[in-house]
Design a protein around this ligand. Structure first.
Ligand code: ATP
Ligand code: MG
Length: 346
């Protein structure tokens, strides 16, 4: 592998919001497209991670295929040698390396992970799965098996990234240079600094972000919404009583959120959008413009999605999985030799 690897996990979920699409999916696809000349971009669906807490297992398999279809529909190139999209469980090395790393990880170390503490808080011990506890080790394997350098992790995952560096360092100190350490957090942040997406806010309560697990879905646009639903939600978005349009998140969060959505969906710069609307007094006109753009986007995406078959998604995944297995198995073998599970002699 000569190119540095960027690795990112894609959670399989059928119920994506406009926020997920604009804030996560599109930036990832843009990143894959723009970086794949100089980097290898590994996108993987962390299916083994998906039931550390209970889920509906009868839907999981289909959700994974649909997640891949959605990425293809949204423009992810499937013919680039430098862009892979694979399912974690189809690369058995992830589970194997996890076990090896488990035996070099302290209970105390994992007990201190804040995400574990948050997610397990309030549950009886027997209700907390060992998988939830062990998740950071699987994540370390996800990263180390591909010598991944750059991993766009959110704040809730930075501790796991530090843990990955720690365990790799410890392993290397004992066995020689087996693993490549992912870049330290500061360099990660610098590397991804331009790719930070904007937060889309809830349409009813623009003080919080649009989130799929919101109690009431009135302020949340789903990619599966009908045009009528989209229109209704945007036309009834909460605004303010100021009566003049300004791009001012502090004093006019609802209006500013609509301007942000308009800018991102239309691809026009926020400065131009603001200039176009600033000083106008007709909120309805802005809402209608936003609704038209969002409807167009969702209709276009849905019609593209209809044309991507499950077979096409599986073909892309399987192609990627072949390449991913080759990469992962070669690193796994170094680790297996190091701990004495395989012969040193070639
Ligand atoms: P949940 O309510 O289950 O937390 P969510 O809609 O907040 O769901 P996540 O699964 O937490 O979505 O996040 C998936 C990805 O989408 C993350 O990369 C996150 O940064 C991004 N994302 C989520 N909501 C928004 C939003 N409103 N605006 C921009 N990006 C978002
Ligand atoms: Mg969330």
């Amino acid at each position: 592998m000569d190119k540095k690897v960027i690795l990112t996990g894609i959670r399989a979920n059928n119920n994506l919001t406009l926020g997920n699409y604009l804030g996560a999916m599109l930036p990832i696809i843009e990143m894959a497209k723009s970086r794949s000349d100089n980097y290898q971009v590994n996108m993987f669906i962390p299916d083994l991670h998906s039931f550390t807490t209970p889920i509906d297992h009868s839907k999981l398999y289909e959700q994974i295929i649909d997640a891949a279809r959605l990425f293809i529909a949204a423009g992810l190139p499937t013919k680039s040698a430098n862009i892979l999209m694979y399912r974690q469980s189809y690369i058995p090395a992830h589970s194997e390396l996890t076990w090896i790393l488990d035996c070099f990880t302290g209970m105390g170390e994992l007990s201190r992970m804040t995400q574990y503490k948050d997610k397990s808080a309030g549950s009886a011990d027997d209700r907390i799965s060992v998988g939830l506890f062990n998740y950071p080790v699987l994540m370390a394997a996800d990263i180390l098996l591909y010598n991944a350098s750059y991993i766009p992790v959110g704040d809730d995952q930075t501790q796991h990234l530090e843990f990955t560096r720690d365990i790799a360092e410890r392993f290397n100190a004992q066995f020689g240079n087996i693993f490549t350490l992912p870049a330290p957090l500061k360099s990660q942040r610098e590397f991804f600094s331009q790719e930070k997406g904007i937060r889309i806010k809830d349409l009813v309560d623009p003080s919080k972000k649009m989130s799929k697990s919101d109690d009431s879905n009135k302020g949340v646009i789903f990619l599966s919404d009908t045009p009528a639903e989209v229109k209704k939600k945007i036309m009834s978005a909460t605004t303010d009583s100021i009566g003049v349009i300004n791009y001012d998140h502090e004093n006019q969060p609802g209006i500013s959120n609509l301007l942000d959505i308009y800018s991102m969906v239309s691809g026009k710069d926020i400065k131009n959008i603001s200039a176009e609307f600033t000083g106008k007094t007709n909120y309805g006109e802005l809402k209608k413009a936003v609704a038209d753009e969002v409807v167009r986007l969702i209709e276009d995406l849905q019609s593209k999605l209809d044309k991507i078959s499950k077979a096409q998604a599986v073909e892309f995944l399987e192609f990627s999985e072949k390449a991913a297995n080759d990469q992962a198995n070669s690193i796994l073998l170094y680790a297996q030799i190091a701990v004495g599970l395989r012969s040193k002699a070639k």
